[in-house]
Design a protein around this ligand. Structure first.
Ligand SMILES: [Zn+2]
Length: 703
């Protein structure tokens, strides 16, 4: 044994960063908190770049043709001093900064979901199977522009830089602003990429909330990450005397960018805004109508961010009420002047805990969203259900705080009769089945069991043949038989027994729980291998009789002809199992459990002309090369217990694929922009042809 074997691998790497951005280090009153040292997950084989397991920093500046030497974070001189010192002029520090903040953001995401993060796969032509993307590319100096974005097609983060054009107390004309030195902009763009990795369909703007949700989610992660930096948090608590609803840096996003581009003190502020006339900061007041007149994604997203921040403030106030009572001897009024450092520390601890829980709730919720067309109301249901799944008890009232704050901002799911926490939970499999009216009818039990039994046999045969390495061609006749039988079974009235059988059918899913220690490629590959198995269960197997409860339409007679794959026998081709992933939750007694999360989609060609739609919906022949003017999607996300195939939660899109009213809503949104008729053509064009939907600002020259 050599001595090096006795040295344990470090668990983290410490690096220095700008806590917010360089502007705060240049200001006297914030300079002492502007630079911090953070610990990130230790990557053993980190290469110069840095190039690690998740990201690859590439520092080429196309505008100047410069290629900056990549930083080697394993250089002993750099290791020994916690990375390079924060610097605006050293490009190698810029590389360190984007690496450190992106890895921190990935860390928060993985902690909340309990599994390794994957980037969205790269589409290859034709085969419909995405290619594994190991590393997200980060270009710290990609463009000379007042912008930054995540590009879903390039699988890259592109950061711009620009000279300051204004002269005021905070800006000197001609100095450069680097978006890659803004903690918030890096965290925001990384979050876009992480969300895209789970929900690639969330970049399709099928209603006004989808892109706004992407923006809000990215802001929420960036904002709540501030609370995990103890020095900054204590300082801001002391400054606001513990009242985090007052103006403070924690609730603001990208100060330097905002100020240098003439947008006020920050790009966005979750808590308040500066009055344009008086220049004074005023707290934002909840407004139930805020969404009625806001359609631009960042502005609309800001409403969701304010609602989430509001929920955080409610919990924080409740958790610190006792501390205030002690500190004020029951009067509730703090003495003037600075608060006691012990009180500041205790308040900071409570703020950090509340913020961490709010952030985790927000991230965990993304496994409980519909696969396409998310609305803010859906997201509220997702937060409540995900948290309920994770911990049944909620002694501090986090769920209620969310519901109340969302209600104050006018966010609610459509068609709900009550806004109680309980009624906001998504339907369980059992409820969805009952609601759909799949129930006992007087049929000859014998027929039913014949079909169910035969189905079981054929199903097992297919599994055996598949394990023995049978090709798809060899499996085809068996699959055809299975299909006939399941059609037969679904045409029979549904017996409770048959439903029970379907619910309890043991599937030989070949899956490894997807954890924080999993190999990322194997996870990707394993998830993809399970797609055909879930598909068989759903379309040709025991799951089929439950499809009406999932909001899926498989019966050929019920499918409009514009539905893609509607002509296939048994509706076989009209359904796509988009992704299969695993999610952890805790059982009633606190043990960790693994569920399967399955996203299922149906697609339909949509036409701007309703008459054309009607005609083609009933037409016998469909030109397979015709993609329509737009695509309308419907489907569901299912949470399944993989051991029993019990359906735990059913999360449906508002309408089925055959729902003409929903299709019309999407058509109207695309044509009229949903809200602002004045922008009609502009919005259609944007919605359909946005090449980079996640730009930091959509109109950089508006000021
Ligand atoms: Zn964005």
């Amino acid at each position: 044994m050599t001595t090096s074997d006795l040295i344990p691998e470090p668990s983290s790497r410490t690096l220095r960063i700008f806590a917010f951005d360089p502007a705060l280090s240049a200001q006297y009153d914030t300079a002492h908190i502007a630079e911090i040292t953070i610990a990130i997950h230790w990557e053993k084989n980190l290469l110069p770049g840095p190039i690690g397991e998740y990201i690859e920093v590439i520092d080429i500046d196309p505008a100047s043709g410069a290629f900056y030497k990549p930083i080697d974070l394993n250089d002993p001189r750099i290791l020994a001093q916690d990375g390079l010192a924060p610097s605006e002029v050293n490009p190698q520090f810029h590389q360190q900064m984007v690496y450190a903040v992106a890895m921190t953001t990935i860390g928060h995401f993985e902690q909340a979901l309990g599994r390794v993060a994957l980037w969205s796969s790269r589409e290859k032509d034709g085969d419909g199977k995405g290619e594994f993307v190991r590393r997200l590319r980060i270009y710290p100096h990609a463009l000379r522009d007042r912008n930054a974005f995540y590009s879903p097609s390039k699988k890259a983060l592109l950061f711009g830089y620009f000279p300051v054009g204004i002269k005021d107390a905070h800006n000197t004309p001609g100095t450069l602003v680097f978006t890659c030195l803004s903690h918030d902009i890096i965290a925001h763009e990384t979050t876009h990429a992480l969300l895209d990795g789970v929900h690639p369909q969330f970049n399709m703007p099928v209603n006004p909330d989808v892109l706004a949700f992407h923006e809000a989610f990215a802001d929420v992660v960036a904002l709540f990450q501030h609370f995990s930096y103890p020095g900054v948090l204590r300082n801001q608590i002391a400054r606001t005397r513990g009242n985090l609803a007052n103006e403070n840096l924690l609730g603001q996003l990208a100060q330097q960018f905002g100020s240098a581009s003439g947008r006020g003190r920050a790009l966005r502020d979750a808590l308040g805004e500066t009055d344009k006339e008086t220049g004074e900061w005023k707290p934002k007041k909840p407004d139930v109508h805020a969404l009625d007149y806001t359609s631009e994604p960042h502005a609309r997203g800001a409403v969701l961010v304010a609602a989430i921040f509001g929920a955080f403030l409610k919990v924080y106030r409740a958790r610190t009420a006792d501390l205030y009572r002690i500190a004020t001897e029951g009067t509730g009024v703090l003495r003037e002047g600075e608060i006691h450092p012990d009180l500041a520390n205790r308040l900071a601890t409570e703020a950090a805990r509340s913020a961490e829980q709010v952030l985790q709730m927000c991230i965990r919720a993304i496994d409980y969203c519909p696969p396409v067309g998310i609305t803010f109301g859906d997201y509220l249901r997702a937060i409540v259900t995900a948290d309920f799944d994770y911990t049944q008890e909620d002694p501090l009232g986090f769920r209620l705080a969310f519901v109340e704050s969302f209600r104050q901002w006018g966010i609610h799911p459509t068609g709900m009769r009550s806004m109680s926490v309980e009624s906001l939970l998504w339907p369980t499999g059992e409820t969805a089945i009952k609601e759909t009216g799949i129930r006992t009818r007087d049929v000859k039990a014998g027929d039913e069991f014949y079909a169910a039994g035969a189905l079981d046999t054929v199903y097992d045969l297919i599994e055996t043949a598949r394990e023995a390495g049978a090709t798809n061609e060899q499996l085809a006749p068996l699959k055809a038989k299975l299909n006939d039988l399941s059609v037969e079974l679904s045409d029979l009235a549904f017996q409770d027994e048959a439903i029970k059988l379907a619910l309890n059918k043991k599937m030989d899913l070949d899956f490894e729980p997807w954890t924080l220690d999993s190999d990322r490629y194997q996870t990707f590959d394993g998830a993809r291998k399970n797609i055909p198995r879930i598909f068989d269960w759903l379309v040709m197997g025991k799951g089929r009789i439950l499809t009406p409860a999932f909001g899926l339409v498989l019966n050929q007679n019920d499918l409009p002809r514009t539905v893609i794959g509607s002509g296939s026998s048994g509706g076989y081709g009209s359904v796509t199992v988009q992704t299969v992933r695993t999610a952890t939750r805790r059982s009633l007694r606190g043990a960790p459990m693994t569920d399967l999360v399955v996203d299922i989609l149906q697609r339909r060609r949509g036409y701007f002309d309703p008459d054309k739609q009607k005609k083609l919906d009933q037409s016998d022949t469909i030109d397979l090369n015709d993609n329509g003017d737009f695509q309308y999607y419907a489907g569901c996300t299912l949470h399944l217990n993989p051991a029993t195939m019990e359906v735990r939660w059913v999360i449906r899109t508002p309408g089925t694929i055959a729902d003409d009213a929903q299709l019309e809503r999407m058509r109207r949104f695309l044509i009229e922009g949903g809200l602002e008729p004045g922008n009609a053509f502009d919005l259609v064009d944007k919605a359909l042809h946005t090449r980079e939907p996640f730009a930091l600002v959509h109109n950089a020259v508006e000021d």
